[in-house]
Design a protein around this ligand. Structure first.
Ligand code: VTB
Length: 322
């Protein structure tokens, strides 16, 4: 993949973020997601690539666009897999809270895991703790490893965890180990990403979130030199069958970063919709301009670019809610 593709991809996440940010705090998740998806889909049409959606808004019969298997781009090379989450954190945006983002990952065809829409147990860390943690190690062992890798006391290590009843045991174990916790309402892609940046204040992500979000976060951490490991959590026979169909025979196996994102040619882009630790949300300037804050990275070179853009909305094909 040529490096120019990275800039094209950030244009796609910018457009999705600009479109759905208008729904902030309105409590209308569906409309916000629709706005992001429509804008993202439209922008993809202008990108020179032959893309196939492997992580998207749903299966062909349940999503009108950006469904799994949909072709994206102009059809010219490169041939790529595309993973999208036009609005990661619909609940977040509906309330106007922290860390909603528009997210895309692109990688050469066949290199992204076609993760089924189910839960995944995850552990994610930044570059310093890469190779030191393991999904099968205990919470206390992983926290001790992160403390050592980041030259901190365990009491200064911060674990980020989705605030869900299913995480009661992990939360108890983190507390027993003496580490600290940031509980989040939603948005574990941003949480995983944040573990790779020192000034976000979080060191390790634990817990169960969406498998599609796991692949997106893995693409980000591959670019950043961090680590993410996952284990699929099928809840019934249908989900187990789905895993098999997707070529995952042993669902209990720990999926490594390389299983989730093969090779090292991934591109990851995210644009903030609401403010977060890493990215600022969309800000309106007067009636006709808006400012976006994005992150775009390539695994091949490890370059991490923050893109601060001011958009003239009168010249963009956006449709706003009333
Ligand atoms: C996570 C998180 C998402 O859903 O995947 C989570 O990344 C899944 O858990 O932002 P729940 O079913 O318990 O919500 C989100 O919070 C929303 O898609």
């Amino acid at each position: 993949m040529e490096r120019e593709l990275a800039l094209e991809i950030v244009r796609v996440t910018e457009m999705a973020a600009l479109s759905c940010a208008r729904w902030m705090g309105r409590g209308r998740k569906m409309e916000a997601d629709d706005a992001a998806t429509t804008a993202m889909r439209r922008m993809f049409d202008t990108v020179n690539m032959d893309g196939v959606v492997v992580i998207g808004e749903g299966e062909m019969d349940e999503a009108p666009m950006l469904y799994i298997g949909e072709r994206l781009g102009t059809g010219s090379d490169p041939k790529v897999d595309v993973a999208v989450d036009p609005l990661e954190g619909t609940n977040i945006l509906a309330k106007g809270t922290w860390n909603a983002m528009a997210v895309v990952a692109v990688a050469p065809r066949g290199s992204l895991l076609h993760a089924p829409d189910m839960y995944m147990e995850k552990i994610a860390v930044g570059p310093r703790a890469k190779g030191r943690v393991h999904l099968d190690a205990t919470v206390a062992e992983n926290l001790a490893a992160v403390a050592e890798a980041t030259d901190k006391d365990v009491s200064d290590v911060v674990a980020v965890i989705l605030d869900r009843p299913r995480h009661a045991k992990i939360i108890e174990e983190v507390r027993a180990a003496g580490a600290r916790i940031r509980l989040i309402s939603d948005g574990d892609v941003a949480a995983a990403l944040n573990t790779a940046f020192d000034d976000t204040g979080v060191d390790i992500l634990f817990g169960i979130g969406g498998a599609p979000e796991g692949v997106l976060a893995a693409a980000a951490l591959k670019c950043l030199g961090g680590d993410l490991q996952g284990r699929l959590c099928p809840e019934d026979e249908a989900q187990r069958a789905r895993c098999e169909q997707m070529g995952i025979r042993d669902v209990s196996r720990v999926l490594t970063l390389d299983d989730l994102v093969r090779g090292d040619d991934a591109i990851f882009a995210a644009t903030g919709v609401t403010d977060g630790e890493l990215l600022r949300g969309v800000r309106q300037i007067g009636k006709s301009r808006a400012r976006t804050h994005s992150l775009v990275m390539r695994a091949k070179t490890g370059t991490v670019r923050f893109v601060d853009a001011v958009h003239d909305l009168s010249r963009k094909p956006l449709s706003w809610p009333n």
